[in-house]
Structure formats: C-alpha cells, structure tokens
Design a protein around this ligand. Structure first.
Ligand code: NAD
Ligand code: 89Y
Length: 346
C-alpha cells in the first residue's frame, strides 16, 4: 500500500523558498499543498511556477482552511516567533528557517510553544546536511583520526549575497547571525557542544551596516579547541562561495576538507584524497548547488522524522545551543573578546 504523503503549507515565498519548493517536489513522502505570502505578486509567481493552487496572504487563514500536517516557514527572522506560535496553536508540526530567533528568549518561547502543543519543531539548519560535511563526520565516527584536539571551520568569500538578499546589508547584525550560525552549528556537529567562546568582529565593506568578518574561538566540552572564521570581505583568486572548509587534527591523523570538495585524510602514515562533491540536482544552479542539495537532505530528514516519530537532528531544542553560540559571540566581540561561558546561556 502506498504511504500517505505528509501535507505541508509553505509560508514566505521569497528568494530562498524556491529552493525549498524545488526540493519538496523531489521528496516522495511529502507534498506542499498550499502557499502563503503577504506579498501577492510573489505568492502568485510561486503558485504558478510550482503548480500550487491554494494561495493565501494570511497564514492564519491558511491554517484554518487547509488540513495540514506541517508548515514550512521560510520568512525572515522577525516573523518567526508569531508564525511558529500560530502553527503550534493550530496543532501543526513546524519547520522554521534559520536564524531561528532574534533573541534567546524568543527561541525558548517557540520551543516551549511547540512542546506544550506536542508538535514537532525543526529548525531549517541545513549546512550540516551538506554531503561534504556529512563525509567529514563519517571519518570522525569511524575513529580514523583518534582523539580530536583541534579543528577549524572556515567560510571566506567576497560573493555578492546582497543582490539576492538585500536585507543582509541593512541589518545591525550580519555575518554571525546569517552565516556564522551555520559555521557554529557545523562546529557543534563535528566537535560537540561548547563550554566557552570568545570572538572578534569587524566590518570591512563600508556599504553595509553589520559586521562582515568574524573569528570565534571555541572550547568544546570534549576538551577540543576549534576556530570558526567567516568573512564576506575576502577576495581570493578563486571565489569559493558557498563552500565551508574544514581542518581537523586528531591523535592518529588529520583531515582537510579543501577547496572544491576535495577531502584529504591522513592517518597511520597513509594519505587518501577523496572527492566529496555534492550532488547537482536537476533544478540546482552552481555555485548554490551545495546549499540546494542540503535543503533536499534536510527536508527528507524531516519527512522521515514525521513518519517515524523521531526528533529531528536540528530540533528547536537542539538549535537553542547553536543560537546560544551566536549570542555569546556577539557578547564577546562587544566586550573586547571576553570569554563567555556558553553553558549559562543554553
Ligand atoms: P525574502 O525576504 O526574499 O522572503 C521572505 C518572504 O516572506 C517575503 O516574500 C515576504 O513577503 C514573506 N513574509 C514575511 N512575513 C510574512 C508573513 N507573516 N506571512 C506571510 N509571508 C510573509 O527572504 P529570503 O532571502 O528568502 O530568506 C528567508 C529566510 O531564509 C531567512 O531567514 C534567511 O536567513 C533564510 N535563508 C536560509 C538559507 C539557508 O541556506 N538555510 C539561505 C538563504 C536564506
Ligand atoms: O542567508 C545565508 C545562508 O543561510 O546561506 C548563505 C546565505 O544565503 C548568504 O549568507
């Protein structure tokens, strides 16, 4: 017997939501049956492009009119809390885009609302779902590198993200909240939870409001030290957007995830070079295909979790720990790199 599809409604049909919608079309166990955007033009365009007829400019009306199993919130951060709480009140499971919230208390309130309503909540924290990052994690899980004592997760680019996402140029906080959040989440995914951190930030591009360079030093609970560095002011001979590079040193060997998805693992005197390039989905466009593939991967994970009743890897509760790193990094940078005890925040 064919399995029943989970029915979803997507809220926010802007720049990034088109990736969500393309990916949903490839997910066997789910179907987006309704769309919502308060901008009628964007709503209509998305409806026509993806063949979805049930269109709403008001999320409350969509929730009242449709029989949904979940909503996929792809709006920008300011509307996340009211929309998550609205869905929870309607008893509908929720996916919410990153950054989950503007404050830790908003994030906690959303987690609490979904817990009270007994509905699953996943934050669309997709970078850890990129296949090159999963390949790195598989090497760690195999124990090839021994005890990990040092790591670096790095994202350095000069790609113009502002043309597609103009709000990134006008927000008071930019790179840690928008991009560093993924890099910090990858550090947690690879090296475990964080005890304390310190950070520096600066703005190089005079045309934007927030910081575009950040360097964060993390002490992990395992005893490992890592560095998360990100920049949108780094002009290199080869533009690597949106690749995340990883370096790991362990007691038995080292791993380097270098440019263009080449992973080098050196252990026990042997060196292996592996191509861990992401899949290029038919609808994907370089250089975004790495991120686009991870959207598919996280949506498939969500669908599997809804069917099995398992908690998603990047549940709301899990994401509180990544959010705590974001806020701790801003606090440290504002206090002259003061070390911040993260455990008191999360
Ligand atoms: P956008 O501004 O292009 O689109 C947001 C859309 O939401 C707009 O069309 C707006 O009209 C609509 N909207 C806002 N509030 C609404 C409401 N209450 N009800 C209905 N519609 C509403 O933004 P974007 O660039 O698509 O970014 C959306 C989110 O995706 C952001 O949080 C951003 O950080 C995130 N993002 C994630 C990734 C990733 O890899 N995970 C990449 C890019 C963007
Ligand atoms: O918004 C950001 C994200 O989540 O991934 C890359 C991005 O689109 C620009 O920094």
């Amino acid at each position: 017997m064919a399995r029943v599809k989970q029915k979803g409604g997507l809220i926010g049909c802007g720049f990034f939501a088109h990736n969500h919608l393309h990916a949903w079309q490839e997910i066997e166990g789910a179907e987006i049956v309704a769309l919502c955007d308060r901008d009628e033009k964007r709503l209509k365009e998305a409806g026509e492009k993806f063949g979805i007829a049930n269109l709403y400019t008001d999320a409350a009306k969509m929730l009242a009119s449709e029989k949904l199993d979940f909503v996929d919130i792809a709006t920008t951060v300011a509307t996340h809390r009211p929309l998550v709480e609205l869905a929870a009140k309607a008893g509908v499971a929720v996916i919410c885009q990153k950054p989950f919230a503007e404050t830790l208390s908003d994030a906690q309130a959303m987690v609490d609302a979904c817990k009270t309503a007994d509905v699953p909540l996943m934050v669309h924290e997709n970078f850890r779902w990129q296949s090159p990052i999963r390949a790195v994690r598989a090497v760690l899980d195999a124990g090839t590198l021994g005890d990990i004592f040092w790591g670096r997760v790095s994202f350095r680019s000069a790609y113009d993200v502002f043309s597609g996402q103009p709000y990134l140029a006008t927000e008071e906080r930019f790179i840690i909240q928008d991009l560093g959040i993924h890099i910090l989440d990858i550090a947690r995914f690879l090296f475990g939870d964080v005890a304390q951190l310190s950070a520096t930030t600066r703005r190089v591009n005079p045309a934007i409001r927030g910081e575009d360079v950040a360097t964060i030093l993390l002490d992990h609970e395992t005893g490992a030290t890592s560095i998360c560095d990100c920049s949108y002011a780094t002009q290199q001979p080869e533009e690597l957007f949106p690749q995340t590079l990883v370096e790991i040193d362990g007691s038995k060997g080292t791993l380097r995830l270098g440019a263009n998805y080449q992973m080098i693992v050196h252990a026990d005197g042997q060196t292996q070079t592996l191509d861990v390039s992401p899949k290029l989905h038919a609808w994907a466009r370089r250089p975004w295909h790495n991120i686009q593939e991870s959207v598919f991967n996280i949506e498939r994970h969500w669908t599997d979790c809804l069917n099995s009743g398992h908690e998603p890897e990047t549940s709301g509760a899990d994401n509180l720990k990544t959010m705590a790193l974001v806020f701790a990094a801003y606090e440290s940078a504002a206090a002259d790199q003061k070390a911040i005890d993260v455990r008191r925040m999360a």
